[in-house]
Ligand binder design. Structure first.
Ligand SMILES: N[C@@H](CCC(=O)N[C@@H](CS)C(=O)NCC(=O)O)C(=O)O
Length: 249
């Protein structure tokens, strides 16, 4: 029997990229929860495989030459799994470059910008005494999210998936873009993106991947909860993360 891949995971868009990929590729895996609200991303064992104190990460007991390997950063994990299985990551160089372009566009653009938009929409209002202090940031990141969805909408105007065939680039994009509506974007103005979201959502592997770790999900945090985790999650510095790591042991 194949030893399963360990998926270090918490149910967030970056985590779902990998549960979706593992499901789509039919790879056996076990979830190792990393409760980022409780500081588990600073545990020594986790930092050894994910030195940036972020999930997701994987540990594959059957890596290159049959030796174990660990991988952090969701884009690197998707490429690794694509190469390992030969699925959803074409071998043809021209097609692979296209997948890489859109995968890196997600990693460098959509992920960070949607992440900041979410921060200033969902968390920052609970942490500032005066909403005027974050108005500029809210507008800046909402506009950038809007611009990025516009880019995706144009890209999908004449193809079913972002790199033509369904690929790891769609897997990276889907969990974030799915949230655009609840980030306040009017998705009715992005018909091609909406149709793509439906196409991706209809895939059984995507449905299983998005349901992974459902028991770990929490209701939206209260103001007290946000204040409690604010320093450890949003105030991270080199010194504070070193201290958090020493406390977790
Ligand atoms: N670029 C990273 C981002 C991962 C990331 O931001 N993970 C967040 C949850 S969505 C996390 O683990 N946060 C823990 C922390 O902020 O300490 C990736 O794509 O893997």
């Amino acid at each position: 029997m194949t030893t399963p891949i360990e998926l270090f995971f918490w149910p967030t868009p970056n985590g779902w990229k990998i549960s979706v990929a593992l499901e789509e590729m039919g790879l056996p895996y076990v979830i190792r929860p990393v409760n980022i609200g409780a500081g588990e991303q600073f545990a020594a064992g986790f930092l050894k495989i994910s030195p940036n104190n972020r999930m997701p990460a994987i540990a594959d007991p059957d890596g290159p030459n049959g030796e174990p390997i660990s991988v952090f950063e969701s884009g690197a994990i998707l490429q690794y799994l694509g190469r390992k299985t030969g699925q959803f990551y074409p071998k043809d160089e021209r097609a692979r470059v296209t997948v890489d372009e859109w995968l890196f566009w997600q990693m460098a653009g959509v992920g960070p910008m949607f992440g900041q938009a979410s921060h200033f929409r969902n968390y920052a209002p609970k942490l500032v005494d005066d909403p005027a202090k974050i108005e500029y940031a809210v507008t800046r990141y909402n506009n950038e999210v809007n611009r990025l969805i516009g880019v995706l909408n144009r890209r999908l105007s004449d193809r079913a998936f972002v790199a033509d065939d369904y690929s790891i680039a769609d897997m990276a994009l889907y969990p974030w873009v799915k949230l655009a509506g609840i980030f306040g974007q009017d998705m009715s103005t992005f018909a091609h993106v909406t149709a793509w979201l439906d196409r991706v959502a209809a895939r059984p592997g995507v449905q299983r991947g998005m349901a992974a770790g459902a028991e770990l999900r929490r209701p939206p945090p209260s103001e007290e909860e946000v204040k409690r985790v604010a320093q450890s999650l949003f105030g991270q510095t080199a010194a504070s993360t070193a201290e958090a790591a020493s406390k977790q042991g």
